[in-house]
Design a protein around this ligand. Structure first.
Ligand code: 13P
Length: 253
């Protein structure tokens, strides 16, 4: 059985005392949860704090996005090299909240993926359809288009250096998670698509589900054969709830 992974995407939430309570609370508990892997993605200004608290522990951390460029006149952007300097191992790429605000198109997400693996960050590549696309039965077309934008750019060797997360837009922050059966169906389809390129990669690549995962539904979602864990938004703002999700991942590993 593959190790499950739980990633907190804390989005634009938190402050210094709240982060401290969250990270220290999590550290106390994950010591007892050795069978899964845990990552936290906090807003960029807090990486210094995250690094100070998590260095040498079994929790990794990452950025919520990054620039396609390593340096230059890009006001307000964060270089992947800067993320590395603060100990980030991961970076979220192509999150729908950034895609839909026009910052990360398929092409720009592919470029970021390529740059992330070039500098040694592990991209957490997000994909997923909107409600309109879901209702029009376009889920598979959308996720394959989004995934192919990466595969066409970095090939199977590049894809192997990242993680994939299926996050249907209609499930994000709505409290209406995809059913475990729907999530399993799409993840199994994605794995099948990758299998056409490389069988071993399809088996080994980590594919997460994200969208209203909480302490109640995590166990059932993580019991699905193709779901390797979760990308958690809102539920990561409540330390006890997030710990319960980590426990579900540990128990399902
Ligand atoms: P929610 O868990 O709040 O639905 O957010 C999911 C998400 O966007 C994680 O990246």
């Amino acid at each position: 059985m593959k190790r499950k992974m739980v990633i907190a995407n804390r989005k634009m939430h938190g402050n210094i005392p709240d982060n401290k309570a969250f990270l220290e609370g999590l550290l106390d508990e994950v010591a007892e949860l050795p069978d899964a892997d845990y990552v936290v993605c906090m807003p960029h200004p807090y990486h210094f704090q995250v690094q100070a608290i998590l260095t040498g522990t079994r929790i990794s951390w990452g950025g919520q996005t990054m620039s396609r460029f390593e340096f230059g006149a890009h006001t307000g952007s964060t270089s992947p090299l800067m993320l590395l300097e603060f100990g980030c191992k991961y970076v979220i790429i192509g999150h729908s909240e950034r895609r839909l605000s026009g910052y990360e198109s398929d092409e720009a997400s592919g470029q970021r993926f390529e740059e992330a693996i070039k500098v040694g960050l592990i991209p957490i590549f997000c994909m997923g359809e909107t409600l309109k696309e879901f209702e029009a039965g376009m889920t598979v077309d959308v996720v394959i288009r989004q995934l192919n934008a990466v595969i066409n750019r970095v090939g199977k060797e590049g894809l192997a250096k990242g993680i994939i997360a299926y996050e249907p837009v209609w499930a994000i922050g709505t409290g209406k998670a995809a059913t475990p059966e729907h999530a399993q169906c799409i993840l199994s389809f994605l794995r099948g698509h990758i299998e056409l390129i490389d069988e071993a990669l399809a088996k080994n690549i980590t594919i997460l589900y994200g969208g209203s995962v909480n302490a109640k539904n995590a166990q059932k979602l993580f019991s699905m054969p193709d779901i390797d864990g979760g990308l958690i938004g809102g539920a990561s703002l409540n330390t006890q709830e997030f710990i319960a999700i980590c426990k579900a991942a540990n128990d399902a590993s």
